[in-house]
Design a protein around this ligand. Structure first.
Ligand code: ATP
Ligand code: MG
Length: 379
């Protein structure tokens, strides 16, 4: 049994590591040069992409920004899961917003603009506090511009006028004042079987995910069900196969969708140590047509991203329940280099572990740890 992953980064690597015990071999495609590589060793295969495509049982993707010609080729093979439509929906905020509207799923108020002169009307409609997002190729907060008040409008128009909005329209969103960010990671297999992880609470800093706490605290059944219904609608409409993540903003008892990711997701990395079956294994099971594994939580978990930082001692591994996942990438500012999963028997113990961890890492790269430990300790 073998699976080909479009993209050869850390998500393909973690899929491969989770697939090995099932006897499923994972190969990856470097989408920049179409070479086939082992996502763990990074060794380039002797096989061409075409040969590999014939041999594998299924093709999947670790990210949605797959070049269109490559995606079309994979679609034509009949082996791509999730479908090209699902991947394109995650890659293009215009398609995504249209699908959310079609399915009547609550999301953030927005306007689509294809000409910079339409920005004034969008400001009139949505108010002066806005987030403007490129409809394609954005991630980790890249391709986004924020406006706090109208005095910034002229400058923004100047900046944005350099873009080709006919080719890549902008989504202008109202800047929401939400209580917190939650995400649902769930999975559907080729036979339509469904499994959901509990909602995770996500802490962002400068538009980038830093910490996920799972299960999120103070979540009642109604909130989990609201999230699961959104997943069900999306999964059914896209005839979805694999893991799909839905990012939400919580306002009172309501969840508004921020965006969807048709793949394994950073806010699901906690499942590697905190759930019976991790998201990577379940994704492999789903696309390979196997029964899904239990998503039961085994421990409250904190997933802590290691961003832009490469040098620290590994002494934190003495903390009980501390696991390091290091991706082996070249360091760059704001680049995700790896993550920690901390597991504990209670949120109070998790708070203690987070405090312990913060003694071992350069805190300027981990700006959320102190406050989060304090919050969890008070629960
Ligand atoms: P990622 O790859 O980390 O998911 P992204 O580049 O795809 O990020 P978004 O998820 O749309 O972009 O936005 C990043 C973060 O910016 C959100 O998680 C949230 O913290 C903030 N944000 C985005 N849209 C809004 C909004 N309309 N109102 C308030 N905050 C927002
Ligand atoms: Mg996001």
């Amino acid at each position: 049994m073998s699976i080909l992953v479009l993209g050869s980064g850390q998500l393909a690597r973690m899929m491969s590591l989770a697939a090995a015990p099932l006897g499923v071999e994972v190969q990856a495609v470097d989408v920049s040069n179409h070479k086939v590589v082992d996502p763990v060793t990074k060794l380039v295969s002797n096989h061409s992409l075409d040969t590999m495509l014939q041999e594998v049982d299924a093709v999947t993707a670790e990210f949605e920004h797959v070049p269109e010609d490559l995606l079309a080729k994979m679609h034509a093979s009949g082996k791509l899961k999730p479908s090209a439509e699902a991947i394109l929906t995650g890659a293009d905020r215009v398609r995504e917003k249209k699908l959310l509207e079609k399915l009547d799923i609550a999301n953030c108020p927005f306007e689509i603009i294809t000409d910079i002169e339409q920005l004034d009307a969008a400001v009139e409609k949505l108010g002066e506090q806005l987030i403007i997002k490129a409809s394609r190729d954005g991630y980790d907060g890249y391709g986004q511009w924020r406006m706090q008040d109208k005095s910034e409008l002229a400058g923004l128009k100047q900046t944005l006028s350099a873009l080709d909005l006919k080719k890549v329209p902008l989504i202008v969103e109202k800047m929401l004042r939400f209580e917190r960010e939650l995400s649902l990671v769930a999975v559907r297999n080729t036979k339509g079987q469904l499994a959901y992880y509990p909602l995770a609470e996500n802490l962002h800093y400068q538009g980038q995910l830093h910490v996920s706490i799972a299960p999120a605290t103070n979540v009642n059944d109604a909130l989990n069900q609201q999230a699961q219904q959104v997943f069900n609608k999306l999964a059914e409409s896209l005839d979805y196969v694999g893991v799909l993540a839905v990012e939400f903003f919580q306002i009172g008892d309501t969840l508004l969708v921020n965006e969807i990711a048709p793949r394994v997701h950073n806010s699901g990395h906690w499942t590697q140590q905190g759930a019976d079956t991790c998201q990577f294994e379940n994704h492999i099971r789903a696309v390979r047509g196997l029964p899904l594994g239990s998503t039961k939580v085994t421990s409250p978990t904190a997933m802590i991203n290691i961003i832009g930082c490469s040098s620290f001692s590994r002494e934190m591994l003495s903390i009980p329940g501390c696991h390091l996942h290091w991706y082996g990438k070249t360091p760059r500012e704001k680049r995700k280099m790896g993550h920690f999963n901390l597991v504990a028997d209670s949120y109070a113990e998790l708070a203690l572990s987070i405090n312990e961890l913060s003694k071992h890492v350069p805190l300027e790269y981990f700006p959320m740890l102190k406050d989060e430990a304090e919050r969890l300790a008070k629960l």
